[in-house]
Structures are given as C-alpha cells and as structure tokens.
Design a protein. Sequence first.
Lengths: 115, 114
Amino acid sequence: AQKITQTQPGMFVQEKEAVTLDCTYDTSDQSYGLFWYKQPSSGEMIFLIYQGSYDEQNATEGRYSLNFQKARKSANLVISASQLGDSAMYFCAMREGDTGNQFYFGTGTSLTVIP
Amino acid sequence: ETGVTQTPRHLVMGMTNKKSLKCEQHLGHNAMYWYKQSAKKPLELMFVYNFKEQTENNSVPSRFSPECPNSSHLFLHLHTLQPEDSALYLCASSQAVWGAYEQYFGPGTRLTVT
C-alpha cells in the first residue's frame, strides 16, 4: 500500500482564490510527521509546512495551512489568496520513526494559478 | 554559497562510464539524503547519512555507491548505469533525522544515461 496518496494530479485555481490540495497517509505509528513541499519548474524542493501527529492545532505558515484530520488520516494543504507564483508541483510527505530512512513522498499535485 | 548545492546540474553518461554527483550543505546540518525523482513516481529515498554514518540502504542497486566524508559533503558514485536510471537526483539535508526538522533540498542533478 502507498504510504502517501495524492489523488489530484492537476489542479487549477483563479488568482486570489483559495485552493485545497488533498493528501492521505497510511501508518500504524503513533508518532509521525507530515510535510508539504513545493517544487517550481526550476526543480528545487521548497519546504512549506509541518504537522506533527501529536499537534492538536492545525499548522499555519502565512498563506499556507494544513487541515489535519487524524482519524481520517488526511493532511490537506490549503493555500489562501493564490498568487501566480504558486504555480508548481506540490508534494505531501511523511516521516515515520526516528532513523531518517522512513521518509515517504506522494506523487504530487500540479497546481496552475490562472490570472 | 548558501543552502544546499549540487554539481553538476546536468550529466549525460554512457552505460559504461563512471561519474560522481556532489552535494554540499552550508547549513550546519547533521543529516544528508539522496533521492531519485522519476516522472510520475514518488520521490524515492535512496540513502540516509546521520552524523556521517549511513543508516540504511533502501534496496538501492550496487551501481549506486554513496560516500559521506564529513557532515557537509555527500557524493553519489555512479558506474555501469542503466537507461532506467535516468532521473533527477536530489540531495537534501536536515538538522536531524527525527522530529519536525524539515529537509532542505538542492537543485538536483538531471542525469541521462545513454
């Protein structure tokens, strides 16, 4: 089974609107971390936001927020007030354990912001 | 230089060649990683080094050989590669391999095996 599932290969959003990118995960660990990364066409992966499994509040970083629903095992990324520069691939990732070798990425969602 | 740098940015090699990819991090991190990114597939974690010690080889073929001489430098030595090894190879570093420490990525090396 896939550890991280991103079911939206491509998404479009109007500039200044909000958009939600879906992510579900599969783990039996109690302690894990969830990450979102952005990869522009230049190729470099950029960290956006982190949510720990024990964090009770949803993480927020500027225009990014993470809608964490632990029982559903979902960690959706919400981008508010979309900008043209938000057009990129977005990857959800999960860390299991503490050894560093259990870090899993999804297949990504391509977001296009329309002017 | 700041962040994580990788050289070369592009590499074309034949199946019988030997080449090396280099990664350097200027962030004072203790962990470094190699990933393979192929089209329409999730990023694959290849190697993890924590305080210069390799923690696990995620079933990577032996034609890929990592080297971590110190916590700032990471190499990936390539020999007798196959065309299916063509991909973007990303290096990353983090303060630690546990907890909330995010990974910082380099720009990647686009490898083409002919």
